[in-house]
Design a protein. Structure first.
Lengths: 197, 197
DNA sequence: AGTTTTGCGTTGCGGTCGCAACGTAACACG
DNA sequence: CGTGTTACGTTGCGACCGCAACGCAAAACT
């Protein structure tokens, strides 16, 4: 990345702007996301935002990408904290619990994710990366279930679908304040009990 | 065109406008919901919309109420179709499957519900009715599980949380096109297998 | 040194937004 | 028959929107 008139990490600026977008979206929803608003949150001029994103849709798509990478990183870190070769059940429980919106930072991320979910539901062309993400997670979870000695009669692929759906649903309900973190975690553990011995 | 200038069913008009709002939201998301747009969809002037809803927030809140009542009606109808005293497991499976976005009309409703979920996540003051709704469902499901002879070791309240979360998650994933209806229904049945004999 | 390229700010245009204000027509009621 | 009330329609204002256009400074290349 050499030889450009000004030495600026293009991608880093885009990321910084996208993070401002995510902050705005986490607080007031995606409908509050405008070029000027995001620019103000990022502490730059709206002209600069337009310099790094030719269109708003482009900015949105990039922000969605940032969200995905961020949660991927977070999950990987949580998994790494368990040390090498953790027991599958413990791994899955840790990863899922890590994503659940149980404290404010995680709730903010959850609100952003929910907003983008509704966003992609109406713009199918932007939903592809999310689909790929879930497919990867599905394969990973199924593999871990297989490796963890599931109860007899448990189909790992089916169980993976169930576990991820449970995670999503618990997240949504937690965000809505329908019950507290303990209730959600208890339900998670009870579900894991039905998969593993 | 008959004489009605004075004698008008206030609530019926509000509902008709709200339904137009839901159609707009289902197609283009909540951010496309504006007074003029909703008015056009409803085939009335924007002035009339303002006559029935003093503010946009008021219109939103009413529309949310309509969504809730509508799904409540739909669920009750599905339950009634099973005749008197249906087996709890069959009841629960029918009700949950009824709500899953497996065909276009249900997908449209699902998109609306998802949009409002993201909406209330950022406007906590509008989330109360949703919370009450889930609480009622939770109680109903737990009671049905209790009545259906759950497997030993199953706590009905915990299981109710799990089942409703699974339903929510399967719905979201179906909306995103992450897998097809059969996969979701298989996961649902597998989950019910872990609750009942 | 001069040219080019890039980074970034400023301005403003056409459009849409929520909403208040006002006008009007048809009824209800005295 | 006049008066108030309800049910709309119309207009327009101030704010905000995305985005194009243009200007300019500074760094890189020749």
């Amino acid at each position: 990345m050499w030889g450009m008139p000004k030495v600026v990490d293009h991608n880093e600026r885009r990321t910084r702007i996208a993070e401002a977008l995510l902050r705005v979206a986490g607080e007031h929803g995606l409908e509050a996301v405008s070029l000027r608003h995001v620019a103000a949150e990022a502490g730059v001029t709206s002209g600069m935002v337009q310099h790094y994103f030719r269109t708003k849709d482009e900015m949105m798509a990039f922000a969605l990408e940032v969200v995905r990478e961020r949660s991927e990183t977070r999950i990987a870190a949580a998994a790494a904290d368990l040390g090498p070769d953790p027991a599958p059940r413990r791994l899955l429980r840790t990863v899922v619990a890590e994503v659940l919106p149980v404290d404010e930072p995680r709730r903010a991320d959850g609100r952003v994710a929910l907003a983008f979910l509704a966003y992609t539901a109406v713009r199918p062309e932007a939903a592809a990366p999310l689909r790929a993400d879930t497919a990867a997670m599905l394969a990973f979870v199924a593999e871990r279930i297989r490796a963890g000695g599931p109860r007899p009669g448990i189909d790992p692929d089916r169980a993976a679908v169930g576990l991820l759906a449970l995670m999503e649903g618990l997240g949504v309900h937690l965000l809505g304040g329908h019950y507290d973190a303990r209730t959600a975690l208890d339900a998670l553990d009870a579900h894991l009990d039905t998969i593993f011995e």
